[in-house]
Ligand binder design. Structure first.
Ligand SMILES: Nc1ncnc2c1ncn2[C@@H]1O[C@H](COP(=O)(O)OP(=O)(O)OP(=O)(O)O)[C@@H](O)[C@H]1O
Length: 279
């Protein structure tokens, strides 16, 4: 079983009010006070005119009830979850707007970042894509990201592959990782900022099984041998425990379709628990 999620230090979150942020104080003052009327010292509404006074021409005066209704309408339209609406203002407006669009609420929820790592061929992509789809997270394959953005800094003649520009990969991903809810898949993990991930999974595959998978991909000679050795010496696991807190690093067997299903179930349970603990 996976341990309970650690309370995260948390990814950086964007702070500060965005453009067009509504200032509740301004609304309160301008809406609930008739022009030229004395400022109400507390509570909503204006002083009502004496019954005997003539009804003024022009726009209807703002009564306490109409003020509350208008304020409610405005709150419902403009108050996004987590906005600067103060509790006292909400209370003053009567019942706080109970209806917040579920999709907006879901988008505002904190979601964990998950790293799936391991030797090439252990099944990171297979697991990562399925996990992202089931959990409603986004999926990033660092190899594909680098290919699309040409995030390389040379070519390795020995292995016949381009060399990843790790700094540019980190720059490219920083904003998405800060928002949370990303499953990252890569056969390396020591260059990502530690703060990015709430949990790290290292997939492990038995040598004979991995050999067959890599051979069927066309790997031969040194490339095939080195990848198998990487798995034998648990290079990626060592890299993970030296780069992240040991308690967030978990090894998962990835030999059979049953392993895949079990891993998905376990990670889904962990994500659900994390969401409960952090929202
Ligand atoms: N649990 C599993 N049981 C059986 N076969 C699997 C399992 N996971 C993945 N495979 C198979 O192993 C092969 C390699 O899987 P995959 O491409 O997901 O590995 P990877 O770790 O992402 O590789 P790379 O790092 O090169 O991208 C695929 O043919 C896939 O169908």
């Amino acid at each position: 079983m996976l341990g309970r999620p650690r309370c995260p230090a948390g990814p950086r979150r964007r702070s500060g009010a965005g453009p067009g942020t509504w200032c509740p104080g301004t609304l309160c003052a301008s809406m609930l006070r008739g022009k030229g009327e004395p400022r109400c010292s507390g509570g909503l509404g204006e002083r009502s005119a004496p019954r005997s006074a003539p009804v003024p021409a022009g726009p209807r005066p703002l009564t306490r009830r109409r003020g509350v209704l208008r304020l409610r309408r405005l709150l419902a339209v403009r108050a996004a979850p987590g906005s600067a609406v103060t509790p006292s203002l909400r209370a003053a407006a009567g019942k706080a707007p109970a209806h917040v669009c579920p999709r907006r609420r879901a988008a505002a929820m904190r979601r964990p970042n998950v790293l799936i790592t391991g030797t090439p061929g252990v099944g990171k992509t297979t697991l990562g894509k399925e996990l992202a789809s089931r959990a409603g997270l986004s999926y990033v394959n660092v190899g594909d990201l680098a290919r699309e953005g040409e995030l390389y800094e040379g070519f390795d003649e020995e292995y016949g592959c381009p060399i990843l520009d790790e700094d540019r990969v980190v720059d490219e991903l920083e904003d998405r990782m800060s928002e949370g809810g990303v499953v990252v898949d890569y056969h390396g993990c020591d260059f990502f900022p530690e703060r990015w991930f709430h949990i790290v999974f290292v997939l492990r595959t038995e040598n004979s099984c991995l050999y067959d998978r890599l051979e069927s991909r066309g790997y031969t000679g040194k490339k095939l041998q080195d990848n198998i050795q990487c798995e034998i010496f648990q290079t990626l696991y060592e890299e993970a425990v030296s780069s992240y807190k040991k308690e967030i690093v978990h090894q998962l067997p990835s030999n059979t379709p049953e392993d895949l299903e079990r891993n998905l179930d376990q990670i889904m349970q962990w994500i659900e628990q994390w969401m409960k603990d952090n929202n």
